[in-house]
Structures are given as structure tokens and as C-alpha cells.
Design a protein. Structure first.
Length: 569
């Protein structure tokens, strides 16, 4: 049956906040509580500005849900809000600069609305930098680390008897620990506060078709360039049953696609206690730090359990299951078997390689070799024929020679990735690499980045052409009127689809479709549609706008480097 529900999207903006639909606050359902209803006039309307990765989008959904549950209405625009929540990204200097550069504008808004409060959260808020933040972000009133986000309502003094969700009074959620001799969040309460938010319905999902489901917070890896372990703390897995409960709720709500989230989603479970019911789990890690994973749940076990939630007719209730991001250390044979054997698990793996040179990988602290990576992908492709593999690459890392960069280009030619998200190295304060000389000049980084993207454009086109004439399943998640695509051929005008896996990098999601105006114009009652194939490819279609939310079959009639065009089959 066709799902006619409209798609709701959280306001997720990179530069200029768009107009969102706005939402009303949750009201008490019991009439006897009406007199205790929060006064709309007394509670601030809020707007969440989200930058960065899927984890941030998911966190923003939870913050929006908590604010709505507290009685705060959502403002349609940043300008119309009394409370602006900025969920920042710090993966590269440019990501932080976007918010630093908006401080003057925020000050202007405060001049117009003296009641305005600005909360800054996300990865730019690091324990180490607490003292320096007010100078860097003068327009901000309250700073919350990512692990403090569940407290947003309480910290702003907006909590009422009906609003507190899973934050016991007196609980110190802001505990810290040490990573690389740096004080970071311990964040060990996050799994529990998430479960409470889900149980209370205080997660306001941006889509009614695809849902994010965080399964592990933080990162235990030691990549020398990366700020994430310092911003999000060590890995903490959510309890297995909490995740299954959330997945069941998503299935019951009719979600068609669920993406399990974590910085290292495939290390899920190593920090959970062993249990007899997982006695058969014997995931071995062949590289990196040895972990005792025996009898603990792993990602393969989770995929099997979510896939096993049935629709009553013997099919998985959630037809599409994805997971992001995997680390080559932890890509176990059990996980490969689960991708191959579980029908709902999509035929796409995002597996960052970062460099095609072993010496660079060592300096980056990645702890695997090109050979190990190659072996994993070979095994994966043998087990799941036709699987799409995408990756991340950093160019111009400290000391990268031209020969080492060329090794990365050669690896791209050899591996023939379906998508590559590439970025120039950006030194991050507090990371081990910040102590190394950043000796590849900015212009040279840019040149290498462009050369790599040009090479990948050709590979992507070849990979996409292989789909010509074939039929694919598309989960339609967008419809737009013909008028809104008047400039479809212009760079940046089309393919405005949720960026993944890392929207702060340059890659296909930043691309502009296949650079051609689709020949088919929508007929009466039709719209331009877009969605993803199971392999994660963007497919443009023309058809009934009521198909948004439906899984349809389409025959591919055109292939560009970044997207496909199909006809409904
Ligand atoms: N956990 C994932 C992994 O194993 O690689 C990726 C997480 S990170 C949010 C996304 C990507 O950002 C990385 O894969 C890397 O390519 C890129 N990245 C991280 N730190 C960077 C830096 N300092 N400069 C440039 N790119 C960076
Ligand atoms: Fe960063 Fe490495 Fe952790 Fe990925 S695995 S989040 S790149 S430290
Ligand atoms: Fe950015 Fe933090 Fe994600 S640094 S990419 S928002 S984990």
C-alpha cells in the first residue's frame, strides 16, 4: 500500500536558515491538567540550527523533542525564535568558522529581541575550551557539551513537572574523563537519557519515512587528526534491548528505513557486560587494540534482531536497515555475513579509508594497512555481489608527499568506490596531529582535492552507468513542484538531498546531480520525485507526489556521476 504521509524535516541549515513549518508544543492530554498548561507567552519559541553529521541531526531531533515536551513551540525561522539552539560541528576549522562568523548577526537579532537566548552545543563545545568559548562565541548565553544536551530544558530553567524527561534531579550528567591526556566528557549517562526520551515520546524526528537510531556514543579510536574523541568522549553502547525497543516503535510508526548511528557503529557492544544469551557471539578483532568481545552483543546481532521484527506477513517490518560509520578495524566476518544474510540490510557500506599509503595511515593512527582494507572489501564484495562501497579520504595530511597522494589516487582507481567524500586536512586543536607540521600548503591541498574529485567523478559515472536499463527499488522521500526545479541544470540547484555520510566534506552529496535537465517534464498531477536505491544511489523520477514514503520499482534510463534517472516500472 502507498504511504501517503507527508515527510517532516527538521530545520537543518548550513548557512542561511530556511523557513521551517514550525510546530506546536505538546499539551497535556488530560483535561484536568488544563489549568496547569504552560502559558505559550511565557515559554520561548525555539529554532534548532544543525551543522555536521547524522549524529548531530539525531541529537537535534532529541533536543527539539525535549523542548516541545517542555511546552516550547517551534519557530518557523531563526529570526522568529526566542531561543536559538546551535548544534555545531568541529570536524574542520571551516565548520566552526560558519558559526563564529554568525555571531554579529545573532547580536543584531538580540538587539531586536532582548529576550533572545542562544544556546551553543555540539562538537565545538569541548571541556578543554570551556574558558575560551565566551570570547569565541560572544552572542551565546549557554554552552552545552554534546553529552549535556539531554539537560537542555533543565539548564534553561524551562522544566516543569510535565517536562523533565529522564533527568533525575541532582544527577551529575556532566562527568568528565581523560582521553589522550585531555579532559573530555564521560557521557556515560547518554544511553539512559536516550531511552527515557524515546519512552516519553520526546524525540521529534525530522522525517516520517527514514529514522536515525543512535546505538553507540563517542569514539575509542586514536586517529591523530580527529577531534571527535575529544568532543564526544569514549564509546558507550546503548543496551541491546533499548535499541530493539526503539526499533520496534519505529516499525510500529511505519518507518520504511532506519539507520543505526555511531562514530564507530561496528564496534558496538564491546563495553557491555557479557550475557548468556549472547554466548554464541565470538567476534574477533584482527587489528588494533584487542578487546574481549565474547558473549557481548555486536552489530551483527543487532542487525539480525532488527531485521527479525516482522510485519506479520513474514517480512521485516522495517524494509531498509542501514548503519553508519564503520571502521575497517571492526569489520568482522560476522558483520559481513549479516549484511549478506539479512534481507532488510541494504547493500551499501560506508568504510572510510582516509589514505592509500601505509605510512600515511600509520601517521594518521588508523592502525590498519591498505592490504587489510583491500582484503575486507574483497571479502565483502564476494559475500554481497553488487554491494556499493563508499569511503572518506583526507588529502594533504601532515607530510603527505605527492607520491603518497598518488598512491591514494591509484587506490581509488583500483577499488572503484561508488562514492568518495574527500576533504583537505584541517589541523584541530588538542589532537595529536596539531603537534605535527601542517606542511602541505593550502593551495596544494586544494589542487590535490580537485584532482581526486575529478578522478572519482569519472569512476562514479562508470559505476552509475552499469545501472542503465536495470530495475531498482527506490524509497521516494521527496517531491517538488516543476517550478522549483526551473534551474535544475545549474550547479548546486538540484539534488538537495540529506547529506551523508559527512556533510562537511566535498563529495557527491555536495554535487549537482548529473548536470543535465531531465528530459521528462511532469505531466498533470505529477511532480519531480527523488529517493535512494538500496545501494544508496540518488534516483530522480517523475510521478504522483503521493508516492512520497513509498518503495517503488524504477527502470534506470540515464546515469550521471552523482545520480541516476529512472522511470517508474
Ligand atoms: N568515524 C568515522 C571514521 O572512522 O572515519 C568518520 C567520522 S568523521 C566525523 C568523518 C570524516 O571526517 C572522517 O572520515 C575524515 O575523513 C574526516 N576528518 C576528520 N577529521 C578531519 C580533519 N582534521 N581534517 C579533515 N578531515 C577530517
Ligand atoms: Fe574520528 Fe577516527 Fe573516531 Fe572516526 S574513528 S570518529 S575518524 S577518531
Ligand atoms: Fe562534526 Fe561532531 Fe559529527 S565534529 S562530523 S558533528 S561528531
Amino acid at each position: 500500500m502507498i504511504d501517503l504521509r507527508p515527510s517532516r524535516r527538521l530545520p537543518v541549515v548550513e548557512i542561511l536558515p530556511p523557513v521551517s513549518a514550525g510546530r506546536d508544543a505538546a499539551l497535556p492530554s488530560d483535561d484536568r491538567l488544563t489549568e496547569f498548561r504552560p502559558e505559550d507567552v511565557a515559554l520561548p519559541s525555539f529554532f534548532v540550527w544543525t551543522l555536521g553529521c547524522q549524529m548531530n541531526r539525531s541529537d537535534s531531533e532529541e533536543m527539539a523533542g525535549r523542548l516541545l515536551a517542555a511546552g516550547c513551540p517551534e519557530a518557523a525561522t531563526l529570526e522568529g525564535a526566542d531561543l536559538i539552539v546551535i548544534n555545531t560541528c568541529a570536524i574542520r576549522e571551516a565548520a566552526e568558522a560558519k558559526v563564529v562568523g554568525r555571531q554579529g548577526y545573532l547580536a543584531t537579532l538580540r538587539d531586536r529581541n532582548p529576550a533572545l537566548r542562544v544556546v551553543l552545543t555540539g562538537c565545538a563545545v569541548r571541556e578543554l575550551d570551556r574558558g575560551r568559548l565566551p570570547r569565541r562565541y560572544p552572542a551565546v548565553d549557554v554552552f552545552l557539551r554534546p553529552d549535556e544536551e539531554p539537560e537542555i530544558v533543565e539548564r534553561l530553567g524551562l522544566a516543569s513537572a510535565q517536562a523533565s524527561v529522564g533527568i533525575a534531579s541532582g544527577v551529575d550528567t556532566a562527568r568528565t574523563t581523560i582521553v589522550n591526556r585531555t579532559v573530555v566528557s564521560a557521557a556515560d549517562l547518554l544511553p539512559g537519557t536516550r531511552a527515557a526520551a524515546v519512552a516519553a515520546g520526546a524525540v521529534h524526528r525530522g522525517s516520517s519515512i527514514s529514522a536515525w537510531l543512535p546505538i553507540v556514543y563517542g569514539c575509542d579510536k586514536t586517529c591523530t587528526y580527529c577531534i571527535v574523541p575529544l568532543t564526544r568522549g569514549p564509546e558507550r553502547s546503548r543496551p541491546f534491548d533499548d535499541i530493539i525497543a526503539e526499533a520496534r516503535a519505529l516499525a510500529a510508526a511505519g518507518y520504511r528505513e532506519v539507520t543505526l548511528l555511531g562514530q564507530n557503529v561496528n564496534s558496538y557492544g564491546h563495553d557491555l557486560p557479557p550475557e548468556a544469551r549472547f554466548a554464541h557471539v565470538d567476534t574477533e578483532r584482527s587489528v588494533g587494540r584487542r578487546l574481549d568481545r565474547a558473549a557481548r552483543p555486536d552489530l551483527a546481532e543487532l542487525l539480525a534482531a532488527v531485521d527479525g521484527i516482522g510485519d506479520g506477513a513474514g517480512r521485516p517490518a522495517i524494509p531498509r536497515l542501514r548503519f553508519l560509520t564503520s571502521h575497517p578495524w571492526d569489520l568482522s566476518d560476522r558483520l559481513i555475513d549479516a549484511i549478506a544474510g539479512r534481507p532488510s540490510v541494504c547493500e551499501h557500506l560506508h568504510l572510510p579509508i582516509q589514505s592509500g599509503d601505509d605510512a600515511m595511515l600509520r601517521r594518521m593512527g588508523r592502525q590498519y594497512t591498505v592490504e587489510h582494507y583491500r582484503g575486507r572489501v574483497e571479502r565483502l564484495r564476494a559475500a554481497v555481489p553488487g554491494i556499493a562501497v563508499s569511503t572518506d579520504v583526507i588529502v594533504g595530511f601532515c607530510g603527505e608527499t605527492d607520491a603518497q597522494f598518488r598512491a591514494t589516487l591509484r587506490l581509488l582507481e583500483e577499488m572503484r568506490f561508488d562514492q568518495v567524500f574527500a576533504a583537505a586536512f584541517s589541523p584541530r586543536p588538542g589532537t595529536p596531529a596539531a603537534l605535527l607540521p601542517d606542511d602541505v600548503h593550502a593551495a596544494e591541498k586544494r589542487r590535490r582535492l580537485n584532482e581526486l574529485l575529478a578522478l572519482q567523478e569519472g569512476i562514479g559515472l562508470d559505476r552509475n552507468r552499469a545501472w542503465l536499463g536495470r530495475e531498482v527499488e527506490v524509497l521516494v522521500d521527496q517531491a517538488s513542484s516543476p517550478a522549483s526545479h526551473d534551474h535544475e541544470g545549474e550547479p548546486g540547484a538540484a539534488d538537495a538531498v540529506a547529506a551523508e555520510p559527512d556533510e562537511t566534506a566535498a563529495g557527491p552529496e555536495k554535487g549537482h546531480g548529473d548536470g543535465e535537465r531531465p528530459p521528462e517534464a511532469p505531466g498533470p498531477g505529477e511532480a519531480r520525485l527523488a529517493g535512494r536505491s538500496r545501494e544508496g544511489r540518488l534516483v530522480h523520477l517523475v510521478g504522483d507526489p503521493g508516492l512520497v514514503g513509498a518503495l517503488v520499482r524504477a527502470r534506470i534510463v540515464h546515469a550521471g556521476p552523482y545520480s541516476l534517472r529512472g522511470r517508474l516500472a
